[in-house]
Design a protein around this ligand. Structure first.
Ligand code: GLN
Length: 446
């Protein structure tokens, strides 16, 4: 643990991945593990882990990278934190992210700009940019992130590591600071596929405190991980190679296809015709849910409260105006508009209907295939400051990850090569609750 903190402090000068470090408690826990001796049957015992700052940690500041929660010190743990504690993992601190997980570059954080682990002039991706950069730079070996529209997979791709978004319902959302509740999932970021499977083992499972959590049995994801891909049927959607995807990214995925064929899988082209509606549908649904979830930040119960307020209305308006950043406000406005009486049918309802069509696209493909393969993001990491003033370009970048959340499917990004010194990520998508297939394929490919 001491070495971990030495490494972190050295690397942090360049990376800026952590919002809060919890050195004292981590050291204390490490000493306790030393005193009792490592539990040989539990590979996670005593292993340091970093946690995205929208996952509630008892007695450890949890900000969601927002001024609104700058001084929020939770009195309870998210379910995933209890699970990691049970396994003896040691939380070293809380990781930077886009404010309330809204963004793709970690630049909307109210506190700091995290840098890409490979090139400090580039963004780390987002919204789990702190989690990805901390793992890729060697500060820690595992982190938890969250993924509502790509926020684990895209930063994993930008930093050359493995990131998995579990099936909706696989991991409890209790104690997760809600963004879009019908899509939010917590998941692991690691350097290897095997470590990722170990982490998912630890955090999965039914939780009575999250009524969308599944009671489906959780297999040991490491058990058949080395079975290989012989006979696996992989689908490659032609829509994932559309305009806007970099030539080098396309080439890396084509090379991956060749490798899977050599390993004994069959690969064929398919179509997911509603892919192009993914981004607009997501921004209507996610913003609507966010506008509702964020109502609780009213300056009264907890979080930031403006000073010198005149009356109750003033408390609400000024606290929210001063506490939320621009991107969060943009989403709240978009969401409340889509849900308004006069516009609901044209926007929210329509989006919900198209969401069903997107789900059916996947169902059709999975009738004859085990996996879908494509790029994780259209480009590699871009420069800090390069896209932050152009929200629509930023939103379009999530076109390959977003439909997976709309359909509640598991998706994993893993390294697939480099372009100009920056990592390229490829994405594997499986039917609901088939994370085992993702890990098998990823392990064979790695
Ligand atoms: N970039 C997407 C957004 O800004 C996804 C974020 C996420 O998955 N949390 O909404």
């Amino acid at each position: 643990a001491k070495e971990t903190f030495e490494t972190i402090k050295k690397r942090e000068e360049e990376i800026d991945a952590f919002i809060t470090l919890d050195e004292e408690r981590a050291m204390e826990k490490a000493r306790a593990v030393d005193a009792k001796g490592i539990d040989e049957g539990n590979v996670l015992d005593g292993i340091p882990v970093g946690i995205k700052d929208n996952i509630v940690t008892k007695g450890l500041k949890t900000t969601a990278a927002s001024k609104m929660l700058e001084n929020f010190n939770p009195i309870y743990n998210a379910t995933v934190m209890d699970k990691l504690d049970e396994r003896g993992m040691i939380t070293v601190g809380k990781l930077n992210m886009d404010e309330f997980a809204m963004g793709s570059s970690t630049e909307t954080s109210a506190f700091k700009k995290t840098k890409n682990a490979w090139d400090q002039t580039k963004v780390p991706g987002g919204s789990s940019g702190g989690s990805a950069a901390a793992v890729a730079s060697g500060e820690i070996i595992a982190a938890l992130g969250s993924d509502t529209g790509g926020s684990i997979r895209q930063p994993a791709a930008f930093n050359g590591i493995v990131g998995l978004k579990p099936t909706y319902g696989r991991v409890s959302r209790y104690g997760f600071i809600a963004f879009a509740s019908s899509m939010d999932q917590i998941g692991p970021l690691t350097r290897s596929v095997y470590d990722n499977a170990l982490m998912l083992n630890a955090i999965s499972g039914h939780d009575f405190r999250d009524f969308t959590s599944s009671s489906k049995e959780v297999p040991d994801f490491t058990k058949e991980i080395d079975e290989g891909v012989k006979g696996m049927r992989i689908a490659v959607p032609k829509e994932y190679f559309a305009e806007g995807v970099d030539a080098n990214v396309k080439q890396a995925v084509k090379d991956a296809i060749k490798k899977f064929e050599e390993l004994g899988a069959t690969v064929d082209e398919v179509s997911l015709p509603h892919t192009k509606y993914g981004v607009p549908v997501y921004y209507i649904i996610a913003s609507s849910e966010a506008s509702s979830n964020l109502q609780r930040f009213d300056g009264i119960r907890y979080g930031f409260r403006a000073e010198d307020v005149k009356n109750l209305e003033d408390v609400y308006v000024r606290s929210r105006s001063e506490g939320f950043g621009d991107e969060v406000k943009r989403r709240i406005m978009l969401g409340t508009f889509s849900l308004s009486a006069g516009t609901y049918d044209a926007f929210f309802k329509k989006a919900a209907q198209v969401r069903t069509l997107i789900c059916r696209d996947y169902e059709n493909v999975f009738e004859n295939h085990d996996l879908i393969l494509g790029p994780t993001a259209p480009t590699t990491a871009y420069g800090i400051g390069e896209k932050i003033d152009d929200p629509v370009t930023m939103y379009m970048n999530d076109i390959l990850t977003i439909p997976v959340n709309l359909a509640g499917l598991p998706g994993m990004s893993l390294p697939a090569g480099f372009s100009d010194g920056l990592p390229i990520g490829m994405q594997l998508v499986a039917p609901r609750f088939r994370e085992d297939t993702l890990y098998k394929a990823g392990f064979a490919f790695e």
